[in-house]
Design a protein around this ligand. Structure first.
Ligand code: CMP
Length: 163
């Protein structure tokens, strides 16, 4: 199985009408969408999601912000999906993010930075478990796959599955 990354369009992205734009960027890149839903993040989910930020002075603001409107949660699959997704997002602080990245093109803020992306494969697994149930992640053949990757790249992924 190819690597999966979890992405949230945060409440600011939803309110600013950027959901389609953000999905479009991952689609155009050649990534495979295997899960998509709109959710309100509960207290429990936010506390667990941002457990590593719980002691920070911005945590209360961050929590309020993440619960101020629903988020759009997505799971994207691809070779090295975690790193690729983060590259498309740009660095956390919107003003510093490179032009061409999602934050670089659309965000001015560090908190209101439109999007969250898992920072490692382990985090992605944890986040997937927090928001998605069995049956909400889809396995299907993506017809364009042979046009996205070279043969050897795909074979390497299959070998990793079988070994
Ligand atoms: P994210 O990548 O989802 O990870 C943690 C989030 O906390 C981050 O995006 C921002 O939304 C927010 N955040 C990080 N640093 C700060 C900060 N210094 N001040 C306010 N919010 C922050």
């Amino acid at each position: 199985m190819m690597q999966r990354s979890v992405v949230l369009v945060k409440p600011d992205g939803l309110q600013r009408g950027l959901v389609g734009e953000i999905i479009h960027r991952f689609e155009r890149k050649g990534m495979k969408l295997v899960g998509l839903k709109m959710v309100r993040m509960t207290d429990e989910v936010v506390d667990e999601w941002y457990a590593h930020h719980r002691d920070k002075d911005f945590f209360a603001d961050l929590k309020g912000f993440m619960q101020s409107a629903p988020v759009v949660a997505m799971v994207w699959e691809g070779v090295e999906a975690v790193a690729t997704v983060r590259k498309l997002c740009g660095v956390t602080a919107g003003r510093q993010a490179e032009g061409g990245s999602i934050r670089g093109d659309f965000a001015m803020s560090t908190q209101m930075n439109l999007i969250h992306a898992a920072d490692s494969e382990e985090t992605a697994k944890k986040e997937l478990g927090l928001l998605f149930k069995d049956g909400e992640i889809f396995d299907y053949d993506m017809c364009g796959l042979p046009w996205m990757y070279g043969k050897q790249e795909l074979e390497k992924e299959n070998q990793a599955d079988n070994g």
